[in-house]
Ligand binder design. Sequence first.
Ligand SMILES: Cc1cc2nc3c(=O)[nH]c(=O)nc-3n(C[C@H](O)[C@H](O)[C@H](O)COP(=O)(O)OP(=O)(O)OC[C@H]3O[C@@H](n4cnc5c(N)ncnc54)[C@H](O)[C@@H]3O)c2cc1C
Length: 820
Amino acid sequence: MPVTPAVVIIGAGIVGANLADELTARGWNRVTVVDQGPLPLTGGSSSHAPGLVFQTNSGKTMAEFARYTVEKFLRLDVDGAWCFNQVGGLEVATTPERLAELHRRQGWDASWGIEATVVSPQECARLHPLVDPARILGGLHVPTDGLAKAARAVVALARRAQARGARFQGSTRVTGIEQAGGRVTGVRTSAEVIPADIVVSCAGFWGPAIGAMAGMPVPLLPLAHQFAWTGQVPGLAGRNDELAEASLPILRHQDQDLYYREKGDRLGIGSYAHRPMPVELSELPGGEVTQASMPSMLPFTEEDFAGPWEQSKLLLPALRAAKVDSGFNGIFSFTPDGNPLIGESADVAGFWIAEAVWVTHSAGVARAVAQLLTEGRSEIDVHGCDVHRFEQVQLSESYVRETAQRSFVEVYDILHPLQPRRSPRGVRVSPFHARQRELGAVFLEAAGWERPHWYEANAPLVAQLPPEWVPPERDAWAGQFWSPIAAAEAWRTRTAVALYDMTPLTRLEITGPGALDLLQRVTTGQLDKSVGSVTYTLALDEAGGVRSDLTVARLGEQLFQVGVNGALDHDYLRRQAAVGGGAEVRDVTGGTGCIGVWGPRARDLVQSLTDDDFSNDGLKYFRAKRARLGGVPVTAMRLSYVGELGWELYTGADTGLRLWDVLWAAGRDLGVIAAGRAAFNSLRLEKGYRSWGADVTTEHNPYEAGLGFAVRKQKGAFTGSAAIAGLDDGSVVRRLSCLTIDDGRSVVLGQEPVYLDGRPAGYVTSAAFGHTVGCPVAYAWLPAAAGAGTRVEIGYFGRRIAATVAAEPLVDPEMTRIRG
Ligand SMILES: Cc1cc2nc3c(=O)[nH]c(=O)nc-3n(C[C@H](O)[C@H](O)[C@H](O)COP(=O)(O)OP(=O)(O)OC[C@H]3O[C@@H](n4cnc5c(N)ncnc54)[C@H](O)[C@@H]3O)c2cc1C
């Protein structure tokens, strides 16, 4: 038998136990799980988790994690006692907005392959007879949801892992992470040092304390959340035998931030309806761990439960004859964006974390981490859970504290996909921010950046729109965070010239004698080209999945500027540079600014500011050069995300405002405007440009994604080349496809299911109104057989919207505009 790495898992909660199971199932038998608490009831969050598993989620990854947890726990038991009771899940609506939201959620379920139906109030009451049908407008029923018995599942998983050689050691507190030469070598406990090649912290809300031992920031905040048990509820007595515990569906009343589960003749009630209650680790209760007393349980604050109890009696009238019997304020983790934290330390190789994970997603997360450890990649895209997704400024304690509390408050809110956070704002601004404010920019937020979505200063242009450019009215949902000004900005970009702030797109500088080798090794493109070349290329994982797309400009023999998708790419390239040596990777985003100057008058504008040659011969498409515009030093790259003639102009953060001002002044006679992300997104979709993370992830190969043109197979081996060797555009079974909406007016927003012959066959990844083509455009994953002309339907709030697969790109397929 091959010797597998020695792994120490810190934490024997539902995540640690699942991970031990997943690793040992893959033949890694040198696994030790340590926990500071006694086994199996350690006193962590899993020891008292009520275990409701609702699978519905806006994102595919989290839904798949949940679905795997259900499938796995259904097959677990402890001496015949269940670990998953598939009672189904019911979410009820008491407002028209929530009912519409339930239809939207049903759409997500259809997208991710989870059976779900929106049902009438009467059907809700039939499924859950305690619910007063007069109080509700309908419900979402998911028959495969149910109750996970987390504490029992921990026992089942531990037994299985132990049978394969794992060791579980309770009452063992980890006090330090041992390391040498940048690698983890073990964990120090109160009694000994346990050697390890890999350490995975599954310490739940204690994560930041363990992370600190390895110098790794863990951006989560422990928060208390109320949970109460009622006494006997009339109507429940005699329904369930002792072993089954429950037969009614788990229930969510999101309009009041409440959820319910049955246990024998009692109900458990969880409430998010209270103020956020952050918890300091130093305040945790000590003493012996028992069912009723654990470090993760704080005393019940009755006053916070008064309102929720009244609301519960309204929805479930049988509770009027019952009492609150007991309760506690249980602690678990919240993160800035609500997602888990998975990944390896940037500084201590072999030190990993898997934290901020609900019971619901625990098996899925553990499988992903086990796959990352044993195979180097997860079959499910995990970029939204990668701990390195955050920018440095987002790792500050104050940022995490504020945003994690907001995640708590918003946990059951109806959130529009474009809804920006209210605070903290102004965390990162581009050099042009002052001018943008003067122009009435409406800012949304991403990765801490303030990003103009459109500019109110352009409002007068709406009245000047030619009739074919006037956008149709939108419904109330699609009309949020949108303005017809975006149409005017798109129009001016296609007919005159516009300035786009591209500063927030992450830029790396890769330098040194090993820089070219690094890029050749990790990307699909041929980058051994002349200085001044710009290349659009892909980074694949070993299985050929697209882990990112990059725009690489060779600015010197050993100097490359690389446009990437965010902090994850920086982390990846930095690690890869360390493997090969001789290359340094630096994030230069904050020290630079970038303006995209795009439109048919772009050359007139730029050339008027310089003696440098910006003609077609002077700077060809996909070439870069340094120049001066109105005296401002820039690096100009002849590229365009919007499909028009123009350049990305980079300059230092110090000279950014000056660059904006000289372009603005020189452009007045040419009709220059500032344009925002709403117009940008519309124009890029019309041109067929993919957005990594939304349209394409590691789950897709380049050919499926329509990115095969960026692969140079003949250049020799690169990461992922073996996996895609036999693939081409003709070999794919699914494809990222362009759809146009038949009625010319119904805008969808993304994540909606796409039906082919009446059955769910894919999902929308990005969508916008195509102002140039005069109809809404959506990109969607669909079977490859659904070629151009195929009629489909998109599910939108329970409606079906007819759409047709179109040949792409919709605008300028001959590239005459962009090469002009
Ligand atoms: C009231 C309440 C209700 C909830 N309801 C649900 C629900 O219905 N559905 C759902 O999906 N989720 C629910 N959750 C969330 C869920 O319980 C947690 O997210 C989940 O249990 C976390 O599992 P874990 O294994 O990461 O953490 P834990 O179970 O907390 O395990 C972490 C372990 O690490 C150990 N540890 C920490 N520090 C050290 C150290 N220095 N040395 C050794 N060991 C250490 C701890 O002792 C602990 O056992 C609820 C949480 C609460 C509080």
